[in-house]
Design a protein around this ligand. Sequence first.
Ligand code: NAP
Length: 319
Amino acid sequence: MGKVLPGTGRPIRRGCQRCRRAGQRAKTTQQCSAMILVAGGTGTLGTKVVSLLLARGDGVRVLTRDALRADDLRGRGADAIVGDIRDSATIEAAVSGCTTVISALHGFIGGRGAGPAAIDRDGNRSLIRAAVAGNVDHAILMSAHGAAPDSPMSLHRMKYAAEQTLVGSGLDWTIIRSVPFLDTWIGVIGAHIADQGRALVPGRGDNPINFVSVNEVATVIDRSVHDRAFRGRIVDVTGPDNLTFTALARQLIEASGKPGQIAHIPLTALRVMSVLARPVAPAFARKAHAAVVMNTTDMTVNDRASALPPTSNSSPRQP
Ligand SMILES: NC(=O)c1ccc[n+]([C@@H]2O[C@H](COP(=O)([O-])OP(=O)(O)OC[C@H]3O[C@@H](n4cnc5c(N)ncnc54)[C@H](OP(=O)(O)O)[C@@H]3O)[C@@H](O)[C@H]2O)c1
């Protein structure tokens, strides 16, 4: 885990805001029956978060567009709402009765009208508005390391815009900025090692990048739900090592136990694709652009001093 930036100084209020807003005597959040919405609960990260919360006995609801996955989640004891973050009726139903809302979704690989502007900025803003209207107590936003208004990546600019909305919403909030997930990149680089003996590296792959395990990020979200010390904070989640794409590819080939080769997509081709593909295949263009950024900018983290918020006295809330 990396450094924790201070919050805005908004005072942490004791007791459950949801009860207070509903005109009831404010209970502690632990006394409230908790229903936690995980928007993006079917993703790489969201799946782990849902498992952690269910294992604690928390009430969990997942928002997904996939009816089959919704059925599967119901079979595991979660509630599920089938719909799209861009649909206001869906969001209203999803947050209804929830004490906590977690946004773990993104539109990075979405097509036209479903990219970072539509999902990470506008979708999250709608979710935050619905959470305010629905008397939600606490919202946790999954953002990204480097989120900033002038980031070279649209995803990071849109994450920053959503962060701003959340901080100004009046909700209790936690923002989690993570470096790239190792698990995601193992999937990308190692996708064809088993069947083709070939690891695919975008660009030269010699730029060191800080990766973190998705399990570690899920643990931070789980703690953010249950520990009030995480409220009003931007938590930077970083990994132990800086690793190049090529070094990762070598390790994956070695771990496969079979001979394999590394194929590189030339940086020039990525640059060209990131521009030419934009009008016809925006998600493809976005991926190519991200690969250029990850090959050419400083992606390292070297001051990973442990600085999670000190654990507060709040115990896990019971459903
Ligand atoms: N992967 C990384 O390296 C990385 C690094 C830093 C931060 N993050 C952030 O961490 C979070 C989780 O990332 P991930 O890699 O685990 O995601 P992922 O595996 O790609 O899953 C994406 C999730 O977003 C949901 N989603 C996408 N569009 C949606 C829409 N229009 N309406 C409703 N749901 C939608 C998907 O749900 P359905 O398909 O089931 O509808 C799915 O659950 C995201 O906020 C991401 O930006 C990721």
